[in-house]
Design a protein around this ligand. Structure first.
Ligand SMILES: [Zn+2]
Length: 132
């Protein structure tokens, strides 16, 4: 192998590397790909330029499981709504209580106290929140 061929190969490899890094960067930081979703059944991750795509169809194309937005991360209340653990009214009620309490109390604790969710629902939602 001559040096010029060696450097040619090196350059090509570098360019491929660079392309992969750029692609990852675009996927992760959302240059045109602002939303990241994950199927909570099979774990399939999908990207989308808009959240709208999944507002009508919230099921995984592969397994039909439920898809949840993981980036930008959802708030706990939004995840519980997605999971249909609570209703919008219940969330608003809990948020109103949270605002009235002078010291900060986690929303999950308030929902637990109100009896709207149970411990396992809370843990499931917290896990989903940490997927990113
Ligand atoms: Zn799936």
């Amino acid at each position: 192998m001559t040096y010029s061929v060696f450097f040619q190969k090196l350059l090509t490899k570098d360019q491929v590397c660079c392309a992969i890094i750029t692609l990852n960067f675009v996927l992760q930081w959302g240059i045109g790909v602002a939303y990241k979703f994950k199927c909570i059944n099979c774990g399939d991750v999908t990207f989308s330029a808009s959240a709208l795509k999944y507002q009508k169809s919230k099921n995984c194309e592969k397994c039909g499981g439920k898809i949840i937005q993981i980036f930008p991360p959802l708030k706990l209340g939004e995840i519980l709504l997605e999971l249909e653990s609570i209703t919008k009214d219940q969330l608003e009620q809990a948020l109103a209580i949270q605002q009235r309490i002078m010291t900060h109390v986690a929303l999950g604790k308030i929902l637990l106290r109100l009896g709207y969710i149970n411990q396992s629902e809370l843990e499931k939602a917290l896990k989903l929140q940490q997927l990113e």
